[in-house]
Design a protein. Structure first.
Length: 116
């Protein structure tokens, strides 16, 4: 693929990332809800907001990871580097660090005034 094809690749990866993130989000929300209701763990009085935070953050992190993993080879090719340099360790590190920023940003927006 050429660098000019990035838009086509992004348009295909975006729905996949949102879909996978949504599935994981539902699983995360159900887990928090089940543990709260069944008494395995007490997340406190704001547990619905904690569940929402985890769910929204998961959609954001997975979507970003999907886009980053598909776009980095184009960026590397454009910069004159070998696209294979955008390998799993590089993508994983980028997504992990950015995932923390996304999670704490979402937590700040949703939990501000309650737990934060």
């Amino acid at each position: 693929m050429k660098v000019a094809d990035w838009w086509w690749v992004a348009a295909r990866e975006l729905p996949a990332g949102v879909s996978l993130g949504s599935i994981l989000s539902v699983i995360g929300i159900l887990r928090i809800t089940a543990w709260q209701v069944l008494g395995f763990y007490d997340h406190g009085p704001y547990w619905p907001l904690v569940a929402l935070t985890v769910g929204v953050a998961l959609v954001g992190v997975v979507t970003f990871g999907s886009l980053a993993g598909s776009m980095l080879p184009f960026v590397f090719r454009r910069l004159g580097f070998d696209p294979a340099s955008a390998s799993a360790p590089f993508v994983a590190t980028l997504v992990d660090v950015t995932g923390l920023v996304i999670y704490f940003g979402v937590a700040y927006l949703i939990l501000r005034g309650t737990l934060l």
